[in-house]
Each structure stands twice: as C-alpha cells, then as structure tokens.
Design a protein around this ligand. Structure first.
Ligand code: C5P
Length: 473
C-alpha cells in the first residue's frame, strides 16, 4: 500500500475518535483524556465500560483481560503470505488450535488473492488483520500490539518476496511491520517454486534471516502447483509446522523426562513370503510416532524402532527402521537398557516359515503351500526380562470386540505394567485415522480417556508417564 498522507492519517484518527466517543457516550474531549490515561497506565490499563457517559475522572482504571491471556493459552500470530500454499495455512490454523494454541491471523494483500480473511477469522475464532492503516486497530498502534501480544510469530507460507522484505527490514504493510516490531521468536515456512528457492537472492535472504535468529521449517521436496514441476519448494505440511511451533512454544516448560531413555516401537512389520511379497497389516504408525515426538519434546532421549511406514522422522528422535518382527526384536534388545519401553507396533503374529529364497512362481501343479510359524512376542520378552527390564513397560491392545476384558487379559499374559487399549473396529476409524479413544489399563485401575487426536493422546500419555515415575513438573 502507498504511504499515507498526514491528512489521511488525521482523518482516520478523527473518525476513530468520533466512533469511540459515540460508543462510550463520552464527549470526544473526554475520550482523548481516557486515551491519555490509558497510555500513562500502560498497555493493559483500560477504563470501566461506563456507557452512561459520566466524567472520565470517575472512571477507575481496570485490568482488561484479553482472551488468550485469561486462558493462559500459548499464542501464535500467523502471518499468511501470498502463495498458492496459503490454502494450507487454513489447515494450519486448525492444527495449531488442536494443540491448544491461540491463533491470531494476519494476511498480506497478496494472500487475499488466494484465501479470504473471513475464512481465516472463522477458523481462528477472531478477526483476521490485513491493513497497517486500519483506523480501528491502528489507533492504538495495532501493529505493535500484534507484534508483542503473542508468544511466537509464524509466517506460512513465506514467499520469496516476503522473505526478501524481512531480510531487508521493510515495514510497508501490516505483516512486515509486525515482523520488524516483534520481540518474539519467528518461525518461517517457505513455499515457492524450486527455481525461486534455489535463486542466489533467496538463498542470501534465507541465510541472513537464519543469522538474525529466524527459525525455518521446510521447504519440502515434492510436486509443485505448476504442472509437471517438482523439486524443493513445497511448504511443510500443516501438521509438521504445528508440531514445530508447539515445540518452540513449550521448549522447557515440560521437559519432565529429561535424562530418561525411552524406547518405542511403531508401525507394522513386513513378514516376507519371498523377496518381493510380504504379509503386513494396516497400522499407519501415527500413534507411535506421535508418542515419540511428545516424549522427545518432554526432554527424553528417544529411540523409535519403526516398521515400514509413510511418515517423516519425528523431530529430535533417533529412528531405527526395520522390516520384520525378528529385526524389530533384535533392535529392541540392542536399545536396552532403557528407563521406559512403549510397544505401539502392530507386530505380525506369524511369519512364513518356508519363505522363498527366490520369487515363488505360478505353476501348473497348484497353489504354493505357505507354512506359518509364530513370531517372537517382543512385548512379552521385554516384560519378562530378569535383567535390564525397563521400570515401566507399556503395551498396546488393538481390539475389535470386548476391548477392556481382552486388554486386561493381555496385561496379565504379557506381564507389562500398562496396556493402552483402543478399539480398532472399522467403524471406529482409528486405523490410519488421526483420532483415537483409549483406555489406560494397569493392574489396579482402568482410566478411560475422551476422543482425542493422536497427538493429544501422545501428550497425555507422556504426562501420565511423567506423573507415574515421579518426574518433577
Ligand atoms: O498380542 P497383541 O498383538 O494383541 O499385543 C499387542 C501388544 O503386544 C502391542 O503392544 C504390540 O506392540 C505387542 N506385540 C509385540 N510383539 C508381538 C506381538 C505384539 O511386541 N509379536
């Protein structure tokens, strides 16, 4: 936007003053006194909402609670830049909110070509800010308030142009003014065509921003919006950005598992039939990965032993990839001793005893005969260890019927300390989905948790573990 003339600014201030006066019932002159007093008392001091228009001298200053401060939610100011990935920023609002983060949106002018402030407002549950010279918010230096009244500023998508402006310290619109005025950490999620990302100018700007202390997530490699183009430039997925933002927001406040070693298994196993075929199951690994990430966030030293899944490595976790149940057991044994062990993997119960060395051929003489043999039970093996048994061993029970009874029997049979039981009947949508309903079963109690996202289950489980081992809050 072109810079404002003194006349335009003056008109905006007068309009705002008249509006304020009309709303409060005070004279314009009294309204100015209120503003001066607010300024003298600091940013949080307000006046009573005296609608009767009484003299301002009588209006006692009161604390004006702001919604997020009142609820103590961590706060993100989300700056949405103008790129095709702006539509993903809408999902990011949801993902941040799912994690209990208060979101306030700001859109650049270009962003509004892709998504509307109305959609962002509806998802965030509060007004989306767009204009540096908005008489309503700028009357009390809104860009300074938006820059400071937050815990983290996230820029997603960050276009090449927005990054260039940040690196140069421009402040000619609301987004850049906030980025220049903020004293809070900044997380940038770039999104642009690979040629733009690889351009020397963008590289210089990214390096400068990194030197200035700006954090980056992505961009990822993959398909571009432009037909037939691929490379590095895709914005990180909203779930990844939300997880990273969450880590930045709660860096140390809950590092209750610092110094603890946690071993986690996740995902399915693949049991070979021959070199090209295998037996598998539908486990996505999402719950185990979420637990690994939550435990790492809580400061634990995490080893994640994962079967084949289509998930990125969680931040701050050592990932060991395996295929079969026997590989998984070998890696689990290698990772001992461990303080806590969590077995979230859906390990195949059986493998093919006579797996072919070569690809099994179709023959005229009939179907091949596959002999099944039992796989080692990793959870039971570790639970029954005489030496090096982790202090807390947690198993999972995925059941399609008689959930609690079956899970309780499993707790006894396997000898673990807790079972996290979940209903995986097709109607529940748990397998491969993002939500879960679990019951925590131990020798003397069953705790049923409400429906939560898998990330929330992970956070709650990590908290429950920290409570159980007496880790200080
Ligand atoms: O017996 P079931 O597969 O239902 O038991 C589930 C629990 O046991 C999970 O925690 C799973 O990771 C673990 N398990 C294991 N090794 C196996 C089978 C199950 O660790 N072979």
């Amino acid at each position: 936007m072109a810079s404002l003339t003194v006349r335009q600014l003056d008109d905006a201030i007068k309009t705002r003053l008249r509006l304020r006066a009309a709303k409060s019932g005070r004279s314009v002159e009294d309204e100015v006194r209120v503003i001066l007093r607010e300024a003298a008392n600091g940013p949080d001091a307000g006046v009573s909402s005296n609608s009767s228009g009484g003299p301002v001298e009588d209006a006692a200053p009161v604390r004006r609670p702001r919604s997020a401060t009142k609820s103590k939610l961590p706060r993100v100011t989300l700056i949405i830049g103008g790129g095709i990935a702006a539509y993903k920023a809408l999902d990011l609002i949801r993902r941040l909110k799912e994690r209990g983060i208060h979101v306030r949106c700001v859109m650049t002018r270009a962003a509004q070509q892709f998504v509307t402030p109305l959609t962002a407002s509806a998802l965030a549950g509060e007004r989306c800010y767009t204009d540096l010279f908005d008489p309503q918010s700028e009357f009390d230096a809104g860009h300074i308030r938006l820059a400071r009244d937050t815990d983290l500023v996230v820029v997603a998508p960050a276009t090449a142009d927005l990054m260039a402006k940040m690196a140069q310290g421009h402040a000619d619109d609301l987004a850049t003014a906030i980025l220049l005025a903020t004293d809070k950490p900044i997380l940038v999620a770039p999104a642009m065509n690979p040629l733009m990302w690889n351009n020397a100018a963008t590289k210089r700007n990214a390096a400068q921003l990194a030197r200035d202390g700006v954090s980056f997530i992505g961009p990822n490699a993959g398909e571009m919006a432009e037909a037939n183009e691929a490379g590095v430039g895709r914005m990180s997925e909203p779930t990844e950005i939300a997880a990273f933002a969450d880590t930045m927001l709660r860096p140390l406040n809950s590092r209750r598992l610092a110094g603890k070693k946690i071993m986690i298994t996740a995902g399915p196993t693949h049991e070979p039939i021959d070199p090209v075929r295998y037996i598998a199951n539908r486990s996505s690994g999402k719950q185990g990965y979420a637990i690994a990430e939550a435990a790492a966030r809580a400061g634990a030293d995490v080893v994640l032993i994962s079967g084949p899944v289509d998930l990125d490595d969680p931040a701050g976790v050592q990932v060991v990839r395996v295929e079969s149940a026997r590989d998984m057991l070998a890696q689990v044994e290698k990772s001992l001793p461990s303080d806590i062990a969590i077995f979230a993997a859906a390990v195949a119960d059986w493998r093919v005893a006579n797996a072919g060395e070569q690809k099994i051929k179709k023959t005229q003489s009939g179907l091949p005969k596959l002999d099944l043999t039992e796989n080692p039970d990793i959870l039971a093996t570790v639970s029954k260890l005489k030496q090096n048994r982790p202090k807390l061993v947690i198993g999972f029970a995925a059941e399609t019927e008689n959930l609690i009874a079956n899970a309780t029997a499993k707790l006894k049979r396997k000898g673990c300390d807790w079972i996290v039981a979940n209903d995986v009947s097709p109607a529940s949508g748990v397998m491969g989905g993002d939500r879960n309903t679990v019951h925590i079963i131990s020798a003397n109690e069953t705790e049923s948790w409400p429906v939560m996202s898998k990330d929330e289950v992970a956070n709650a489980l990590v908290k429950r573990i920290a409570d159980a081992i007496g880790a200080k809050a």
